[in-house]
Ligand binder design. Structure first.
Ligand code: ASP
Length: 594
Protein backbone atom coordinates (compact mmCIF):
# COMPACT_ATOMS: atom_id res chain seq x y z
CA UNK A 1 0.00 0.00 0.00
CA UNK A 2 2.36 2.67 -1.17
CA UNK A 3 -0.01 5.43 -2.26
CA UNK A 4 -1.36 7.56 0.60
CA UNK A 5 -5.11 7.19 1.04
CA UNK A 6 -7.28 10.07 -0.14
CA UNK A 7 -7.82 11.98 3.06
CA UNK A 8 -11.29 11.87 4.55
CA UNK A 9 -12.92 12.19 7.94
CA UNK A 10 -11.49 8.85 9.10
CA UNK A 11 -7.90 8.93 7.92
CA UNK A 12 -5.25 10.96 6.17
CA UNK A 13 -2.51 8.29 6.22
CA UNK A 14 -2.00 4.54 6.37
CA UNK A 15 -0.94 3.66 9.89
CA UNK A 16 1.67 1.15 8.81
CA UNK A 17 3.32 3.49 6.31
CA UNK A 18 4.28 6.24 8.76
CA UNK A 19 8.01 6.61 9.40
CA UNK A 20 10.46 8.88 11.20
CA UNK A 21 10.32 11.21 8.18
CA UNK A 22 6.76 12.13 9.25
CA UNK A 23 7.75 13.20 12.77
CA UNK A 24 6.03 16.47 13.63
CA UNK A 25 3.15 15.95 11.19
CA UNK A 26 -0.48 15.98 12.25
CA UNK A 27 -2.19 12.88 10.84
CA UNK A 28 -5.38 10.89 11.29
CA UNK A 29 -5.41 7.12 11.08
CA UNK A 30 -8.17 4.54 11.33
CA UNK A 31 -8.31 0.85 12.00
CA UNK A 32 -8.71 -1.67 14.80
CA UNK A 33 -7.45 -1.88 18.34
CA UNK A 34 -4.85 -4.60 18.02
CA UNK A 35 -3.63 -4.42 21.61
CA UNK A 36 -3.98 -2.02 24.52
CA UNK A 37 -1.65 -1.52 27.45
CA UNK A 38 -2.63 0.63 30.38
CA UNK A 39 0.45 1.90 32.21
CA UNK A 40 -1.53 3.68 34.89
CA UNK A 41 -0.83 7.11 33.50
CA UNK A 42 -0.15 6.48 29.84
CA UNK A 43 -2.28 4.20 27.67
CA UNK A 44 -0.69 2.56 24.67
CA UNK A 45 -2.76 1.19 21.83
CA UNK A 46 -1.45 -0.67 18.82
CA UNK A 47 -3.67 0.37 15.95
CA UNK A 48 -3.88 -1.99 13.00
CA UNK A 49 -5.01 -1.27 9.48
CA UNK A 50 -4.25 -3.24 6.33
CA UNK A 51 -0.86 -1.59 5.99
CA UNK A 52 0.37 -2.66 9.43
CA UNK A 53 0.63 -1.53 13.04
CA UNK A 54 1.19 1.86 14.64
CA UNK A 55 1.62 2.57 18.32
CA UNK A 56 -0.72 5.23 19.71
CA UNK A 57 0.09 6.91 22.97
CA UNK A 58 -2.58 8.63 25.03
CA UNK A 59 -1.55 11.13 27.72
CA UNK A 60 -3.94 11.87 30.57
CA UNK A 61 -2.85 15.51 30.74
CA UNK A 62 -2.49 16.60 27.14
CA UNK A 63 -5.59 14.75 25.81
CA UNK A 64 -7.79 13.94 28.81
CA UNK A 65 -10.89 13.12 26.73
CA UNK A 66 -9.15 10.73 24.38
CA UNK A 67 -7.34 9.18 27.32
CA UNK A 68 -10.62 8.62 29.16
CA UNK A 69 -12.18 7.05 26.07
CA UNK A 70 -9.16 4.78 25.69
CA UNK A 71 -9.78 3.43 29.17
CA UNK A 72 -12.73 1.42 27.95
CA UNK A 73 -11.25 0.47 24.59
CA UNK A 74 -11.32 -3.24 23.91
CA UNK A 75 -9.46 -5.26 21.31
CA UNK A 76 -10.94 -5.15 17.81
CA UNK A 77 -12.94 -1.97 18.31
CA UNK A 78 -12.87 0.17 15.15
CA UNK A 79 -11.43 3.59 15.85
CA UNK A 80 -10.21 6.74 14.16
CA UNK A 81 -7.61 8.92 15.88
CA UNK A 82 -5.92 12.23 15.15
CA UNK A 83 -2.61 13.36 16.56
CA UNK A 84 1.02 14.17 16.00
CA UNK A 85 3.70 11.76 14.86
CA UNK A 86 6.47 11.79 17.46
CA UNK A 87 9.84 10.05 17.65
CA UNK A 88 10.19 7.32 20.26
CA UNK A 89 13.02 7.67 22.71
CA UNK A 90 15.98 5.48 21.81
CA UNK A 91 15.20 2.94 24.53
CA UNK A 92 11.61 2.45 23.36
CA UNK A 93 12.32 2.01 19.63
CA UNK A 94 10.85 -1.30 18.43
CA UNK A 95 13.07 -2.67 15.65
CA UNK A 96 10.63 -5.51 14.84
CA UNK A 97 7.96 -3.05 13.74
CA UNK A 98 8.17 -1.04 10.49
CA UNK A 99 6.76 1.94 12.40
CA UNK A 100 8.88 1.13 15.45
CA UNK A 101 10.81 4.43 15.52
CA UNK A 102 7.71 6.53 16.00
CA UNK A 103 4.35 6.67 17.71
CA UNK A 104 1.26 8.81 17.40
CA UNK A 105 0.54 11.17 20.30
CA UNK A 106 -3.23 11.10 20.11
CA UNK A 107 -5.19 14.31 20.58
CA UNK A 108 -8.56 13.00 19.55
CA UNK A 109 -10.07 9.49 19.54
CA UNK A 110 -13.32 8.41 17.98
CA UNK A 111 -14.74 4.98 18.69
CA UNK A 112 -16.57 3.97 15.53
CA UNK A 113 -17.69 0.51 16.62
CA UNK A 114 -17.03 -1.65 19.64
CA UNK A 115 -16.30 -5.37 19.75
CA UNK A 116 -16.80 -8.11 22.30
CA UNK A 117 -13.82 -10.35 22.99
CA UNK A 118 -13.21 -12.22 19.73
CA UNK A 119 -13.52 -16.03 19.80
CA UNK A 120 -9.77 -16.33 19.17
CA UNK A 121 -6.86 -13.92 19.42
CA UNK A 122 -6.26 -11.75 16.38
CA UNK A 123 -2.98 -10.34 17.63
CA UNK A 124 -1.10 -13.63 17.90
CA UNK A 125 -0.38 -16.31 15.34
CA UNK A 126 -1.75 -19.15 17.42
CA UNK A 127 -3.23 -22.44 16.30
CA UNK A 128 -7.03 -22.09 16.23
CA UNK A 129 -9.58 -24.73 15.38
CA UNK A 130 -10.24 -24.35 11.68
CA UNK A 131 -14.01 -24.62 11.83
CA UNK A 132 -14.03 -21.79 14.36
CA UNK A 133 -11.79 -19.74 12.07
CA UNK A 134 -14.05 -20.36 9.10
CA UNK A 135 -17.19 -19.57 11.08
CA UNK A 136 -15.70 -16.20 12.04
CA UNK A 137 -13.82 -15.71 8.81
CA UNK A 138 -13.94 -11.91 8.86
CA UNK A 139 -12.03 -12.05 12.14
CA UNK A 140 -9.71 -14.78 10.91
CA UNK A 141 -8.84 -12.71 7.85
CA UNK A 142 -7.87 -9.83 10.14
CA UNK A 143 -4.88 -11.91 11.25
CA UNK A 144 -1.60 -10.83 9.75
CA UNK A 145 -0.72 -14.17 8.15
CA UNK A 146 -4.11 -14.42 6.49
CA UNK A 147 -3.97 -10.86 5.26
CA UNK A 148 -0.51 -11.49 3.85
CA UNK A 149 -1.67 -14.66 2.09
CA UNK A 150 -4.54 -12.92 0.33
CA UNK A 151 -2.44 -9.92 -0.59
CA UNK A 152 0.14 -12.32 -2.04
CA UNK A 153 -2.62 -14.03 -3.97
CA UNK A 154 -3.55 -10.69 -5.49
CA UNK A 155 0.08 -10.06 -6.46
CA UNK A 156 0.37 -13.50 -8.06
CA UNK A 157 -2.79 -13.07 -10.09
CA UNK A 158 -1.79 -9.52 -11.04
CA UNK A 159 1.55 -10.68 -12.42
CA UNK A 160 -0.13 -13.47 -14.38
CA UNK A 161 -2.48 -10.94 -15.95
CA UNK A 162 0.30 -8.45 -16.60
CA UNK A 163 2.58 -10.96 -18.37
CA UNK A 164 -0.19 -12.48 -20.45
CA UNK A 165 -1.55 -9.08 -21.46
CA UNK A 166 1.98 -8.13 -22.52
CA UNK A 167 2.00 -11.22 -24.75
CA UNK A 168 -1.30 -10.25 -26.39
CA UNK A 169 -3.55 -12.59 -24.50
CA UNK A 170 -7.19 -11.59 -24.19
CA UNK A 171 -9.11 -12.23 -20.98
CA UNK A 172 -12.48 -13.69 -21.92
CA UNK A 173 -15.17 -14.95 -19.56
CA UNK A 174 -16.93 -18.22 -20.20
CA UNK A 175 -20.26 -19.43 -18.78
CA UNK A 176 -20.77 -20.69 -15.26
CA UNK A 177 -24.17 -22.10 -16.14
CA UNK A 178 -23.36 -24.60 -18.82
CA UNK A 179 -23.76 -28.23 -19.77
CA UNK A 180 -22.48 -31.39 -18.14
CA UNK A 181 -19.02 -32.19 -19.49
CA UNK A 182 -16.52 -34.97 -19.00
CA UNK A 183 -13.41 -33.93 -17.14
CA UNK A 184 -13.24 -36.99 -15.04
CA UNK A 185 -15.26 -35.65 -12.12
CA UNK A 186 -18.91 -35.37 -11.22
CA UNK A 187 -20.71 -32.18 -12.25
CA UNK A 188 -22.53 -29.83 -9.93
CA UNK A 189 -26.01 -29.49 -11.31
CA UNK A 190 -28.34 -26.50 -11.20
CA UNK A 191 -32.02 -27.18 -11.88
CA UNK A 192 -33.43 -24.93 -14.61
CA UNK A 193 -36.67 -23.48 -13.26
CA UNK A 194 -37.82 -22.37 -16.67
CA UNK A 195 -37.09 -25.76 -18.24
CA UNK A 196 -38.40 -28.28 -15.78
CA UNK A 197 -36.49 -31.51 -15.68
CA UNK A 198 -33.44 -29.90 -17.26
CA UNK A 199 -30.25 -28.90 -15.55
CA UNK A 200 -27.35 -26.63 -16.07
CA UNK A 201 -23.99 -27.95 -14.98
CA UNK A 202 -21.28 -25.81 -13.42
CA UNK A 203 -18.10 -26.01 -15.50
CA UNK A 204 -15.38 -28.42 -14.39
CA UNK A 205 -13.14 -26.17 -16.46
CA UNK A 206 -13.66 -23.81 -19.42
CA UNK A 207 -12.05 -26.45 -21.66
CA UNK A 208 -14.49 -26.55 -24.56
CA UNK A 209 -15.22 -22.83 -24.49
CA UNK A 210 -11.54 -21.98 -24.70
CA UNK A 211 -11.22 -24.28 -27.68
CA UNK A 212 -14.23 -22.58 -29.32
CA UNK A 213 -12.49 -19.26 -28.73
CA UNK A 214 -9.53 -20.62 -30.68
CA UNK A 215 -11.82 -21.67 -33.52
CA UNK A 216 -13.23 -18.15 -33.30
CA UNK A 217 -9.82 -16.69 -34.02
CA UNK A 218 -8.89 -15.11 -30.70
CA UNK A 219 -5.50 -16.84 -30.94
CA UNK A 220 -4.52 -16.19 -27.34
CA UNK A 221 -6.99 -16.48 -24.48
CA UNK A 222 -6.68 -16.56 -20.74
CA UNK A 223 -8.99 -16.39 -17.81
CA UNK A 224 -8.66 -16.62 -14.05
CA UNK A 225 -11.40 -19.20 -14.07
CA UNK A 226 -13.45 -20.74 -11.32
CA UNK A 227 -13.93 -24.48 -11.79
CA UNK A 228 -16.37 -26.76 -10.03
CA UNK A 229 -15.96 -30.47 -9.41
CA UNK A 230 -18.30 -32.49 -7.25
CA UNK A 231 -15.71 -34.89 -5.94
CA UNK A 232 -15.69 -36.75 -2.68
CA UNK A 233 -14.02 -34.85 0.10
CA UNK A 234 -10.26 -34.92 0.18
CA UNK A 235 -8.10 -33.14 2.64
CA UNK A 236 -6.89 -30.47 0.30
CA UNK A 237 -9.53 -30.28 -2.40
CA UNK A 238 -12.18 -27.65 -2.73
CA UNK A 239 -15.42 -28.15 -4.64
CA UNK A 240 -14.68 -24.86 -6.36
CA UNK A 241 -11.18 -23.77 -7.19
CA UNK A 242 -9.42 -21.23 -9.37
CA UNK A 243 -7.15 -21.87 -12.28
CA UNK A 244 -5.20 -19.74 -14.69
CA UNK A 245 -6.69 -21.08 -17.88
CA UNK A 246 -4.75 -20.46 -21.09
CA UNK A 247 -5.19 -21.42 -24.74
CA UNK A 248 -3.22 -20.53 -27.89
CA UNK A 249 -3.58 -21.20 -31.60
CA UNK A 250 -1.05 -22.16 -34.28
CA UNK A 251 1.35 -23.49 -31.68
CA UNK A 252 2.89 -26.74 -30.46
CA UNK A 253 4.00 -28.11 -27.11
CA UNK A 254 7.17 -26.02 -27.00
CA UNK A 255 5.23 -22.77 -27.23
CA UNK A 256 2.96 -23.65 -24.31
CA UNK A 257 5.81 -24.90 -22.16
CA UNK A 258 7.96 -21.83 -22.83
CA UNK A 259 5.07 -19.45 -22.15
CA UNK A 260 4.23 -21.25 -18.92
CA UNK A 261 7.86 -21.07 -17.84
CA UNK A 262 7.95 -17.32 -18.48
CA UNK A 263 4.81 -16.76 -16.43
CA UNK A 264 5.57 -19.19 -13.62
CA UNK A 265 9.20 -18.15 -13.19
CA UNK A 266 7.97 -14.63 -12.56
CA UNK A 267 5.18 -15.84 -10.27
CA UNK A 268 7.69 -17.82 -8.19
CA UNK A 269 9.95 -14.79 -8.10
CA UNK A 270 7.33 -12.44 -6.71
CA UNK A 271 6.10 -15.22 -4.44
CA UNK A 272 9.59 -15.46 -2.95
CA UNK A 273 9.70 -19.12 -3.90
CA UNK A 274 13.22 -20.02 -5.01
CA UNK A 275 13.37 -22.34 -8.02
CA UNK A 276 15.96 -22.85 -10.74
CA UNK A 277 15.67 -20.58 -13.77
CA UNK A 278 13.82 -22.16 -16.71
CA UNK A 279 13.95 -24.16 -18.91
CA UNK A 280 12.82 -26.69 -16.34
CA UNK A 281 13.79 -30.36 -16.59
CA UNK A 282 11.47 -32.73 -18.40
CA UNK A 283 10.70 -36.27 -17.51
CA UNK A 284 8.56 -38.57 -19.59
CA UNK A 285 5.64 -40.20 -17.84
CA UNK A 286 7.28 -43.59 -18.39
CA UNK A 287 10.50 -42.43 -16.71
CA UNK A 288 8.62 -40.78 -13.86
CA UNK A 289 6.78 -44.02 -13.14
CA UNK A 290 9.91 -46.15 -13.53
CA UNK A 291 12.08 -43.98 -11.26
CA UNK A 292 9.57 -42.59 -8.77
CA UNK A 293 6.46 -44.73 -9.13
CA UNK A 294 4.30 -41.63 -9.57
CA UNK A 295 3.54 -39.13 -12.33
CA UNK A 296 4.23 -36.14 -10.06
CA UNK A 297 7.56 -37.06 -8.54
CA UNK A 298 9.18 -35.25 -5.68
CA UNK A 299 12.72 -35.14 -7.01
CA UNK A 300 14.24 -33.40 -3.98
CA UNK A 301 15.57 -36.69 -2.68
CA UNK A 302 16.83 -39.98 -4.04
CA UNK A 303 15.54 -43.45 -3.07
CA UNK A 304 14.79 -44.04 -6.73
CA UNK A 305 13.04 -47.20 -7.84
CA UNK A 306 14.87 -49.88 -9.83
CA UNK A 307 13.50 -52.71 -11.88
CA UNK A 308 15.39 -55.76 -10.69
CA UNK A 309 13.10 -58.47 -12.08
CA UNK A 310 15.45 -59.50 -14.85
CA UNK A 311 18.41 -59.69 -12.45
CA UNK A 312 16.49 -61.98 -10.13
CA UNK A 313 14.67 -64.15 -12.64
CA UNK A 314 15.15 -67.90 -12.15
CA UNK A 315 15.63 -67.76 -8.37
CA UNK A 316 14.35 -70.23 -5.80
CA UNK A 317 12.17 -67.56 -4.29
CA UNK A 318 8.63 -68.59 -5.24
CA UNK A 319 7.03 -65.22 -4.48
CA UNK A 320 9.16 -63.37 -7.03
CA UNK A 321 9.16 -66.20 -9.53
CA UNK A 322 5.38 -66.53 -9.70
CA UNK A 323 4.97 -62.78 -10.19
CA UNK A 324 7.65 -62.68 -12.89
CA UNK A 325 6.22 -65.63 -14.75
CA UNK A 326 2.80 -63.90 -14.74
CA UNK A 327 4.38 -60.87 -16.54
CA UNK A 328 4.67 -58.99 -13.28
CA UNK A 329 7.69 -57.04 -12.08
CA UNK A 330 10.03 -56.92 -9.12
CA UNK A 331 10.97 -53.38 -8.20
CA UNK A 332 13.19 -52.25 -5.39
CA UNK A 333 14.67 -49.23 -3.71
CA UNK A 334 17.68 -48.76 -1.52
CA UNK A 335 16.44 -47.08 1.66
CA UNK A 336 19.97 -46.58 3.00
CA UNK A 337 21.45 -47.70 6.30
CA UNK A 338 18.34 -47.97 8.46
CA UNK A 339 17.36 -50.84 10.74
CA UNK A 340 13.61 -51.39 10.91
CA UNK A 341 11.81 -52.77 13.93
CA UNK A 342 9.17 -55.44 13.39
CA UNK A 343 6.46 -52.82 13.94
CA UNK A 344 8.05 -50.45 11.44
CA UNK A 345 8.21 -53.25 8.92
CA UNK A 346 4.51 -53.94 9.45
CA UNK A 347 3.89 -50.23 8.95
CA UNK A 348 5.56 -50.43 5.53
CA UNK A 349 3.41 -53.39 4.61
CA UNK A 350 0.33 -51.38 5.47
CA UNK A 351 1.43 -48.63 3.10
CA UNK A 352 1.97 -50.90 0.11
CA UNK A 353 -1.22 -52.80 0.85
CA UNK A 354 -3.17 -49.57 0.37
CA UNK A 355 -2.07 -49.78 -3.24
CA UNK A 356 -3.00 -53.40 -3.64
CA UNK A 357 0.46 -54.92 -3.14
CA UNK A 358 0.76 -57.90 -0.85
CA UNK A 359 3.86 -57.01 1.11
CA UNK A 360 7.31 -55.47 1.08
CA UNK A 361 10.26 -57.81 1.18
CA UNK A 362 13.00 -56.11 3.24
CA UNK A 363 16.55 -57.35 2.75
CA UNK A 364 19.69 -55.98 4.39
CA UNK A 365 22.89 -55.80 2.39
CA UNK A 366 25.83 -57.15 4.33
CA UNK A 367 28.70 -59.62 4.46
CA UNK A 368 29.38 -58.91 0.80
CA UNK A 369 25.87 -60.08 -0.11
CA UNK A 370 22.55 -60.13 1.71
CA UNK A 371 21.88 -60.86 5.35
CA UNK A 372 18.83 -62.73 6.56
CA UNK A 373 16.89 -65.74 5.50
CA UNK A 374 15.82 -64.58 2.03
CA UNK A 375 19.43 -64.59 0.85
CA UNK A 376 19.57 -68.35 0.49
CA UNK A 377 17.03 -68.28 -2.35
CA UNK A 378 19.28 -66.30 -4.67
CA UNK A 379 22.58 -66.96 -6.37
CA UNK A 380 25.59 -64.90 -5.36
CA UNK A 381 25.63 -63.59 -8.90
CA UNK A 382 22.04 -62.32 -8.73
CA UNK A 383 22.62 -60.74 -5.34
CA UNK A 384 25.73 -59.05 -6.60
CA UNK A 385 23.94 -57.72 -9.69
CA UNK A 386 21.06 -56.31 -7.61
CA UNK A 387 23.45 -54.76 -5.10
CA UNK A 388 25.26 -53.07 -7.95
CA UNK A 389 21.99 -51.85 -9.54
CA UNK A 390 20.86 -50.42 -6.18
CA UNK A 391 24.27 -49.09 -5.18
CA UNK A 392 23.94 -51.14 -2.00
CA UNK A 393 26.57 -50.87 0.74
CA UNK A 394 26.79 -53.15 3.76
CA UNK A 395 24.00 -52.24 6.18
CA UNK A 396 21.66 -50.77 3.57
CA UNK A 397 18.02 -51.70 3.72
CA UNK A 398 16.70 -52.85 0.36
CA UNK A 399 12.94 -52.94 -0.12
CA UNK A 400 11.36 -55.11 -2.79
CA UNK A 401 7.80 -55.25 -4.11
CA UNK A 402 6.74 -57.92 -6.60
CA UNK A 403 3.45 -57.34 -8.36
CA UNK A 404 1.77 -56.11 -11.51
CA UNK A 405 3.76 -53.19 -12.91
CA UNK A 406 1.26 -50.46 -11.91
CA UNK A 407 0.77 -51.85 -8.42
CA UNK A 408 4.49 -52.23 -7.76
CA UNK A 409 5.16 -48.70 -9.03
CA UNK A 410 2.41 -47.10 -6.96
CA UNK A 411 3.24 -49.07 -3.84
CA UNK A 412 6.97 -48.37 -3.97
CA UNK A 413 6.30 -44.78 -5.00
CA UNK A 414 4.22 -44.29 -1.84
CA UNK A 415 6.85 -46.06 0.22
CA UNK A 416 9.53 -43.82 -1.19
CA UNK A 417 7.63 -40.68 -0.17
CA UNK A 418 6.96 -42.04 3.29
CA UNK A 419 10.60 -42.98 3.84
CA UNK A 420 11.85 -39.69 2.40
CA UNK A 421 9.83 -37.92 5.04
CA UNK A 422 10.54 -40.35 7.84
CA UNK A 423 14.29 -40.29 7.30
CA UNK A 424 14.30 -36.51 6.89
CA UNK A 425 15.69 -36.71 3.35
CA UNK A 426 13.66 -33.80 2.00
CA UNK A 427 15.47 -30.48 2.02
CA UNK A 428 12.52 -28.18 2.66
CA UNK A 429 14.47 -25.15 1.48
CA UNK A 430 14.94 -26.64 -1.96
CA UNK A 431 12.22 -26.56 -4.61
CA UNK A 432 12.20 -28.63 -7.78
CA UNK A 433 9.99 -27.71 -10.70
CA UNK A 434 9.77 -30.04 -13.66
CA UNK A 435 7.61 -31.07 -16.56
CA UNK A 436 6.16 -34.51 -16.99
CA UNK A 437 5.45 -35.25 -20.67
CA UNK A 438 4.39 -38.08 -22.98
CA UNK A 439 1.51 -39.31 -20.88
CA UNK A 440 -0.47 -42.27 -22.13
CA UNK A 441 -3.56 -41.14 -24.02
CA UNK A 442 -5.92 -43.73 -22.55
CA UNK A 443 -6.05 -45.91 -19.50
CA UNK A 444 -8.18 -48.97 -19.06
CA UNK A 445 -10.80 -48.64 -16.36
CA UNK A 446 -11.42 -51.98 -14.70
CA UNK A 447 -14.56 -50.73 -12.99
CA UNK A 448 -16.12 -49.37 -16.16
CA UNK A 449 -14.56 -51.94 -18.49
CA UNK A 450 -13.63 -49.27 -20.99
CA UNK A 451 -10.81 -46.91 -21.89
CA UNK A 452 -10.85 -43.44 -20.40
CA UNK A 453 -8.81 -40.44 -21.50
CA UNK A 454 -5.95 -39.85 -19.07
CA UNK A 455 -6.00 -36.08 -19.59
CA UNK A 456 -9.31 -35.37 -21.32
CA UNK A 457 -10.73 -36.62 -24.61
CA UNK A 458 -9.99 -33.36 -26.45
CA UNK A 459 -6.26 -33.95 -26.07
CA UNK A 460 -4.44 -34.84 -29.28
CA UNK A 461 -3.10 -38.40 -29.28
CA UNK A 462 0.47 -39.15 -30.36
CA UNK A 463 1.83 -42.40 -31.84
CA UNK A 464 2.84 -45.12 -29.40
CA UNK A 465 6.42 -45.00 -28.20
CA UNK A 466 8.69 -45.89 -31.12
CA UNK A 467 5.85 -45.78 -33.70
CA UNK A 468 5.39 -43.12 -36.35
CA UNK A 469 1.66 -43.47 -37.05
CA UNK A 470 -1.43 -43.19 -34.90
CA UNK A 471 -2.70 -46.74 -34.55
CA UNK A 472 -6.04 -46.98 -32.81
CA UNK A 473 -6.04 -50.78 -32.79
CA UNK A 474 -4.05 -50.69 -29.54
CA UNK A 475 -5.37 -47.56 -27.76
CA UNK A 476 -3.58 -48.39 -24.52
CA UNK A 477 -0.22 -47.86 -26.27
CA UNK A 478 -1.03 -44.42 -27.68
CA UNK A 479 0.63 -41.41 -26.09
CA UNK A 480 -0.95 -38.03 -25.45
CA UNK A 481 0.42 -34.63 -26.39
CA UNK A 482 -0.10 -33.67 -22.76
CA UNK A 483 2.17 -32.16 -20.12
CA UNK A 484 1.99 -31.48 -16.40
CA UNK A 485 3.94 -28.98 -14.36
CA UNK A 486 5.09 -30.52 -11.08
CA UNK A 487 6.72 -28.91 -8.07
CA UNK A 488 8.01 -30.83 -5.05
CA UNK A 489 5.67 -33.73 -5.73
CA UNK A 490 2.61 -31.57 -6.31
CA UNK A 491 0.92 -31.09 -9.67
CA UNK A 492 0.62 -27.36 -10.28
CA UNK A 493 -1.10 -27.64 -13.61
CA UNK A 494 -1.43 -29.45 -16.84
CA UNK A 495 -2.54 -29.10 -20.39
CA UNK A 496 -2.25 -30.48 -23.86
CA UNK A 497 -2.25 -29.89 -27.57
CA UNK A 498 -5.83 -30.50 -28.71
CA UNK A 499 -7.48 -32.37 -31.51
CA UNK A 500 -8.38 -30.03 -34.36
CA UNK A 501 -10.33 -32.22 -36.77
CA UNK A 502 -13.80 -33.75 -36.27
CA UNK A 503 -12.56 -37.12 -37.63
CA UNK A 504 -9.84 -37.54 -35.04
CA UNK A 505 -12.16 -36.29 -32.32
CA UNK A 506 -14.74 -38.92 -33.27
CA UNK A 507 -12.04 -41.58 -33.26
CA UNK A 508 -11.07 -40.68 -29.70
CA UNK A 509 -14.71 -40.59 -28.58
CA UNK A 510 -15.09 -44.06 -30.05
CA UNK A 511 -12.18 -45.40 -27.99
CA UNK A 512 -13.69 -44.08 -24.75
CA UNK A 513 -16.94 -45.80 -25.61
CA UNK A 514 -19.00 -42.91 -26.95
CA UNK A 515 -20.99 -43.95 -29.98
CA UNK A 516 -21.33 -41.46 -32.81
CA UNK A 517 -24.84 -40.75 -31.61
CA UNK A 518 -23.84 -40.19 -28.00
CA UNK A 519 -20.91 -38.05 -29.07
CA UNK A 520 -23.27 -36.05 -31.26
CA UNK A 521 -25.77 -35.60 -28.45
CA UNK A 522 -23.18 -34.45 -25.92
CA UNK A 523 -20.53 -32.76 -28.03
CA UNK A 524 -22.34 -32.03 -31.27
CA UNK A 525 -21.55 -28.35 -30.83
CA UNK A 526 -17.82 -29.11 -30.65
CA UNK A 527 -17.84 -31.57 -33.54
CA UNK A 528 -19.77 -29.09 -35.67
CA UNK A 529 -17.44 -26.20 -34.83
CA UNK A 530 -14.39 -28.40 -35.53
CA UNK A 531 -15.54 -28.77 -39.15
CA UNK A 532 -14.87 -25.15 -40.05
CA UNK A 533 -11.11 -24.84 -40.13
CA UNK A 534 -10.15 -25.32 -36.48
CA UNK A 535 -6.54 -24.20 -36.05
CA UNK A 536 -3.91 -26.32 -34.31
CA UNK A 537 -4.24 -25.24 -30.72
CA UNK A 538 -3.40 -26.15 -27.17
CA UNK A 539 -3.10 -24.74 -23.71
CA UNK A 540 -2.72 -25.30 -20.06
CA UNK A 541 -4.44 -24.71 -16.75
CA UNK A 542 -2.50 -23.85 -13.60
CA UNK A 543 -3.95 -24.18 -10.12
CA UNK A 544 -3.91 -20.71 -8.61
CA UNK A 545 -4.87 -21.84 -5.10
CA UNK A 546 -2.04 -24.36 -4.90
CA UNK A 547 0.51 -22.00 -6.46
CA UNK A 548 -0.30 -19.25 -3.96
CA UNK A 549 -0.27 -21.76 -1.10
CA UNK A 550 3.24 -22.96 -1.89
CA UNK A 551 4.50 -19.39 -2.33
CA UNK A 552 2.90 -18.39 0.98
CA UNK A 553 4.35 -21.51 2.61
CA UNK A 554 0.90 -22.69 3.66
CA UNK A 555 0.02 -26.36 3.87
CA UNK A 556 -3.62 -25.88 3.04
CA UNK A 557 -5.15 -24.13 0.05
CA UNK A 558 -7.92 -23.05 2.42
CA UNK A 559 -5.45 -20.54 3.84
CA UNK A 560 -5.19 -18.72 0.55
CA UNK A 561 -8.88 -18.69 -0.31
CA UNK A 562 -10.92 -15.95 1.33
CA UNK A 563 -14.02 -18.03 1.91
CA UNK A 564 -13.23 -21.72 1.48
CA UNK A 565 -15.20 -24.77 2.44
CA UNK A 566 -14.04 -27.40 4.88
CA UNK A 567 -12.59 -30.67 3.63
CA UNK A 568 -16.12 -32.10 3.74
CA UNK A 569 -17.45 -29.38 1.44
CA UNK A 570 -19.27 -27.38 4.11
CA UNK A 571 -19.06 -23.65 4.66
CA UNK A 572 -19.27 -23.09 8.43
CA UNK A 573 -19.70 -19.36 7.79
CA UNK A 574 -22.90 -19.37 5.74
CA UNK A 575 -24.02 -22.88 6.50
CA UNK A 576 -23.95 -23.91 2.83
CA UNK A 577 -25.05 -26.36 1.61
CA UNK A 578 -28.43 -25.96 3.25
CA UNK A 579 -31.93 -27.30 2.70
CA UNK A 580 -34.32 -25.04 0.81
CA UNK A 581 -37.99 -24.59 1.54
CA UNK A 582 -40.58 -26.68 -0.17
CA UNK A 583 -41.99 -23.77 -2.15
CA UNK A 584 -38.61 -23.26 -3.79
CA UNK A 585 -38.42 -26.94 -4.63
CA UNK A 586 -41.93 -26.95 -6.02
CA UNK A 587 -41.07 -24.07 -8.29
CA UNK A 588 -38.21 -26.12 -9.64
CA UNK A 589 -40.39 -29.19 -9.99
CA UNK A 590 -38.17 -31.10 -7.56
CA UNK A 591 -38.76 -33.27 -4.56
CA UNK A 592 -36.02 -34.49 -2.22
CA UNK A 593 -35.85 -38.08 -1.08
CA UNK A 594 -35.96 -38.42 2.66
N1 ASP B 1 -8.98 -28.16 -18.94
C1 ASP B 1 -7.90 -28.86 -18.34
C2 ASP B 1 -8.13 -28.95 -16.84
O1 ASP B 1 -8.82 -28.15 -16.26
C3 ASP B 1 -6.58 -28.21 -18.55
C4 ASP B 1 -6.20 -28.08 -19.97
O2 ASP B 1 -6.13 -29.07 -20.70
O3 ASP B 1 -5.92 -26.92 -20.38
O4 ASP B 1 -7.57 -29.84 -16.20
Amino acid sequence: MKRPPSANQYRTAWAGDLRASEVGEEVRVAGWVHRRRDHGGLIFVDLRDRSGLLQLVLHPQSAPEAHAAAHDLRSEAAISVGGKVVARSADTVNPTLATGEIELAVSELRVLATSPTPPFPIDEDVEVDEVLRLRHRSLDLRRETMRDALVLRDAVVAVMRELLAAEDFVDIETPILTIASPSGARDFLVPARTHRGSFYALPQSPQLFKQLLMFAGFERYYQIARCFRDEDSRADRQPEFTQLDVELSFIGEEDVLALTERVMARVFEIGGFAVAAPPWPRLTYADAIARYGIDRPDTRFGLELHDVGELLRGSEFKVFESVLSASGVVRALNAGAHELSRAEQDGLNEIVQRYGAKAVAPIYAGDGGWRGNLAKFFTAQAIDAVNRELGAQDGDLLLFVADRAEVAAQALGALRLELGERFGLIDETRHDVLWVTDFPMFEWSETEQRFAAVHHPFTAPAPASGASELDFSDPGALLARAYDLVCDGVELGGGSIRINTPELQQEVFKVIGLSEEEAGARFGFLLEALRYGAPPHGGIALGVDRIVAICAGRESIRDVIAFPKTASGVDPLTGAPAPVDSAQLRELGLRTLA
